[in-house]
Design a protein around this ligand. Structure first.
Ligand SMILES: [Fe+2]
Length: 245
């Protein structure tokens, strides 16, 4: 194992520990860009992007991916580490466990943890919800559940798109599984995460302008349409199966 490979493996292990999510590397794809964020120290780490910056071209451009991952996501991680610096026990937890019980977070850092921890968790999921050559449609149990809940895949896509376009200002739109194991579509503002509302996010689209402005400027509908071309439905299906188990 080369030093670079060793560093990458260490970063992946740390990120998986901190986020509790299954981080994947695309072994057949180019090594992603510079990670983790330089200068960031603390219990939470920036997971490497699981594909090259240009992997989602032409739907999502390489420069947007680079800035989004290396600057925006890195900043959430750095600021989360700053927020928990005086409370080491928080840094020993997975970020989703912290977010699941925000009331247990000391009030003086609760808002910071909600925003920065949410940003870290949401983006860690977001990278994995997309892949080179993605798109298409869900299959198997997830497809059946979507069709049962929404009537058809087309109606689901329409409803999800409406939620993404209807989110005023910065935020996300999600496909979630609620506490009753039912599918739902809902937006969240800022970096709020469904996991803080006892819901499991299966699929989410970042509709902060930083996610699309370089390529699409104010044309959020084009970005949302492009997102459907890069969804990794296998990953979404895996999350659905875990949410039901
Ligand atoms: Fe973002």
């Amino acid at each position: 194992m080369t030093r670079r490979q060793a560093l990458k493996a260490t970063a992946l292990a740390s990120a998986a520990c901190a986020t509790g999510t299954t981080l994947r590397t695309a072994s057949a794809q180019p090594t992603p860009g510079p990670t983790p964020a330089a200068g960031v120290t603390g219990p939470f780490t920036l997971p490497p992007l699981p594909y090259a910056f240009e992997a989602l071209e032409p739907h999502i451009d390489a420069l947007t991916m680079q800035i989004h991952h290396d600057k925006h996501h890195a900043a959430y991680v750095a600021n989360l580490n700053k927020a928990v610096a005086e409370i080491p026990e928080l840094g020993k937890k997975r970020v989703e466990d912290v977010l699941r019980d925000l009331n247990a977070v000391p009030e003086k850092i609760r808002t910071a943890v909600r925003n920065q921890g949410g940003g870290h968790y949401n983006h860690t999921l977001f990278w994995q919800m997309m892949k080179r050559g993605g798109g298409g449609q869900p299959s198997g149990d997830l497809r059946k559940a979507v069709e049962k809940r929404y009537g058809s895949l087309a109606v689901f896509k329409d409803e999800f798109t409406k939620a993404a376009l209807g989110q005023f200002g910065s935020g996300w739109a999600w496909l979630i599984v609620d506490a009753n194991k039912q599918l739902g579509i809902e937006p969240t503002a800022n970096q709020d995460s469904p996991i803080s509302q006892n819901k499991q996010p299966l699929l989410g689209i970042d509709v902060w302008e930083h996610a699309y402005y370089l390529k699409y400027q104010n044309r959020r509908p084009e970005y949302v349409a492009a997102f459907f071309q890069v969804i990794d439905w296998d990953f979404v299906s895996e999350r659905y199966a875990k949410a039901l188990s």
